[in-house]
Design a binder for this molecule. Structure first.
Ligand code: PLP
Length: 378
């Protein structure tokens, strides 16, 4: 096992070693670590729902009825009424025929891609797609073809040269998790139609946030019904845990039968479904959360621009300040931490070498004075 010692030594030397922080409070804009409060800009709790009393109450009630664990996989006897209700509600929220939910968003991506394409097929991805998409592609054993980031011309080059495959699937994040920019979805849909490819989008950082009703980039671009497979999160703006896919009745029946990350795992607790159902109600009833989020995003971006800090081309609530080398980003993150601000440095392999960054995630819970404090510290 010498390779482990050696690998850890290497990671430590390059300032790439990751360690766990222990949080002693609920997820919110302030987190307690070792008894000290930190102002956090590092969570995906975009609408402040992770510690909402209504979600907690819904989860508690569900535990009273269904207990904590499900003690079975979904297809055996782990599907409660709440699992069904949540899937119906998610389908309705997205204006789709049906929905299948998963224990995590990671499992939704990995399992769905591997069920849709195989060794005789091609899967076509953006260079900056999320790791869970890439892992799904690898698991599928389909030929992996990569196009330049958010570049429709490059996608067309790849599609036009992709001959001899049985099926073709284009998969993209809609909001890119490390840069905060948005994929050119209208072009992707047009090109996929032209070259007879299926389209799958990962709306992890868009659902609840983008689109008039918070239904994501598909809604934002008015493309409902034109994307074959839409993956969404319960783990970001919903403030909970889990992932899902919405699409046609047939797609969902197919995934229920073919998707290994759905079939061969224990069903998530019904309490999580109850909390997610409540989250959808709140997202629909309280658009002011989204409005506040966007006000905060715009205030932060103006402040960063005034300080001439190099940002990624963000069009969302994910705003990254590029630092460069991992050790510099890490040093900056440590300095902020000393001042009571929590923004972990994002380093390779999560982002390409030389682009280590501070990824700032604002939420609807932040106030202007919080953002001022961050700008001052930066
Ligand atoms: C774009 C994207 N897709 C999928 C996932 C996986 O979702 P989950 O955390 O629910 O597993 C994440 C983040 O974790 C993500 O950023």
């Amino acid at each position: 096992m010498d390779f482990i010692t050696e690998e850890l030594r290497k990671l430590r030397k390059e300032d790439l070693l990751r360690t766990l922080r222990t949080i002693e409070s609920a997820a919110g804009k302030e987190l307690t670590l070792s008894g000290r409060k930190y102002l956090s800009f590092s969570s995906t709790n975009y609408l402040g729902l992770a510690n909402d009393p209504r979600l907690k109450e819904a989860a508690k009630k569900a535990i009273e009825t269904y207990g904590w664990g499900t003690a079975s996989s979904r297809l055996i006897c782990g599907t409660t009424r709440l699992h069904r209700e949540l899937e119906e509600r998610l389908a309705q929220f997205h204006g789709s025929e049906a929905c299948i939910s998963f224990v995590t968003g990671y499992m939704a991506n990995v399992g769905t891609i591997a069920a849709l394409v195989g060794p005789a097929d091609a899967v076509i991805v953006d260079r900056l797609d999320h790791a869970s998409i890439i892992d799904g592609c690898r698991l599928s054993r389909a030929r992996l073809l990569v196009y330049q980031h958010a570049d429709a011309k490059s996608l067309e080059n790849v599609l036009s040269g992709a001959h001899g495959y049985n099926r073709k699937l284009v998969v993209t994040d809609t909001v890119f998790s490390m840069d905060g920019d948005i994929c050119p979805l209208p072009d992707i849909v047009t090109l996929a139609k032209h070259y007879d490819a299926m389209v799958m989008v990962d709306e992890a950082h868009a659902v609840g946030v983008l689109g008039e009703k918070g239904r994501g980039v598909v809604e934002y671009h008015g493309l409902e019904g034109q994307v074959d497979v839409v993956m969404g999160p319960m783990s970001k703006a919903f403030g909970g845990v889990g992932g899902y896919v919405v699409g046609s009745d047939e797609l969902i029946a197919y995934l229920q039968n073919k998707c290994r990350s759905f079939i061969f795992t224990t069903a998530p607790p019904a309490a999580g479904c109850a909390a997610s159902l409540e989250a959808i109600n709140i997202i629909e009833k309280e658009p002011q959360r989204r409005e506040k989020l966007w006000e905060n995003v715009s205030y932060l971006k103006k402040g960063l621009a005034a300080k001439k800090l190099q940002m990624t081309n963000s069009a969302s609530q994910i705003v990254a300040v590029i630092v460069g080398e991992a050790d510099k980003a890490q040093a900056l993150s440590r300095k902020l931490f000393k001042q009571g601000i929590l923004i972990p440095a994002i380093r390779p392999p999560t982002v390409p070498k030389g682009t280590s960054r501070l990824r700032i995630m604002v939420t609807s819970e932040h106030e202007r004075e919080d953002i001022d404090r961050l700008l001052e510290a930066l």
